[in-house]
Design a protein around this ligand. Structure first.
Ligand code: CAA
Length: 283
């Protein structure tokens, strides 16, 4: 199946990044959200990020203008339903994603491939409640989407080969690399990354090191571009906790238990950069 248009549901950090890279790769994009302010903010962010690429001579001004013109924002799922590939990038809560799919399905072309950018929720379970489990799979981008090279492609138990191949071709057209993952809790990247971040929080909780010394140790001692606590703030502490809970519940192993300090920060509403406060203070 030839994919020419992409519907992106959710105009937050991930959704606007996905719209950005899809438009630059030549796809017509429908960027959908329930909230007009979120759509407006997303467009401002896309402009800003593309302008930075222009100023660093990664793309030309005319490439940027053409790409921006390919992005249509919409509050209606009917517009999304007419696209060839849908990527759901809404809040990382199963009930929210489920409600979106329920509303979307009546508008969806039969041949459209339906995917989720979920970082940890079971693809098989999400797919089973749609009318197209064979044309459903995980399409997981990393943050920041315009920069990160990897896209995890996750097969649900029923995902068929043409669907997987079509998504692989989209990743190639984006100039990114795909990694194929089977549908088990948190897939590959977060199965490995989140326990590392959680362990960094335990290291802080147990007083082994300060925020600064933990982050500097991993940046200078392991060559990570960001320290684990800085990265947790960047991803969102609520997202980190949600993924640890998926690992803990799904694999039933105490090695995945979320650090109580991570839970406490989330309960305080200190969610990282997006709330101006996490392990660091951004105010
Ligand atoms: N959007 C678009 N582009 C951005 C950006 C953003 N939010 N932030 C930075 N960039 C671009 C810059 O324009 C710059 O591009 P060029 O090299 O082409 O000029 C490049 O990224 C480097 O930026 P900076 O020099 O300003 O900053 P930096 O060198 O400190 O890099 C970083 C910033 C790329 C974010 C780097 O710190 C990094 O790689 N951090 C780790 C990110 C990471 O691990 N992401 C995965 C998170 S896990 C995940 O996403 C999965 C999940 O489900 C939770």
């Amino acid at each position: 199946m030839d994919i020419e248009s992409v519907g992106v549901i959710g105009a937050g950090q991930m959704g606007n990044g996905i719209a950005h890279v899809m438009a630059l790769a030549g796809y017509n994009v429908v960027l959908n959200d329930v909230n007009q302010t979120a759509l407006d903010t997303a467009l401002v962010q896309i402009h800003k990020n593309m302008a930075r690429q222009v100023s660093r001579e990664k793309i030309t001004q005319s490439t940027m203008d053409t790409a921006i013109a390919r992005i249509q924002t919409s509050l209606s799922l009917t517009d999304v339903g007419a696209t060839d590939l849908v990527i759901e990038a809404a809040t990382e809560r199963e009930s929210v994603k489920q409600a979106i799919f329920d509303d979307l399905l009546p508008h969806l072309k039969p041949e459209t491939i339906l995917t989720s950018n979920t970082s940890s929720i079971s693809i098989t379970r999400l797919a089973s409640r749609t009318d197209r489990p064979e044309r459903f799979m995980g399409f997981h981008f990393m943050n920041p989407v315009p920069v990160m090279q990897l896209v995890e492609l996750i097969r649900g138990i029923a995902t068929d080969e043409p669907t997987f191949t079509a998504c692989q071709r989209v990743v190639e057209r984006l100039g990114k690399t795909s990694a194929s993952a089977e549908d088990f809790p948190a897939f590959i990247v977060n199965r490995i990354l989140m326990p590392m971040i959680n362990e960094a929080v335990y290291t802080l909780y147990e007083g082994v090191g300060s925020v600064k010394s933990i982050d500097e140790s991993m940046k200078l001692g392991a060559n990570h571009p960001m320290g684990p606590l800085e990265l947790a703030d960047f991803i969102g502490l609520d997202t980190c906790l949600a993924i640890m809970n998926v690992l803990h519940d799904g694999l039933a192993d105490t090695k995945y238990r979320p650090c109580p300090l991570l839970t406490k920060y989330v309960e305080a509403g200190w969610l990282g950069r997006k709330t101006q406060r996490g392990f660091y203070d951004y105010r």
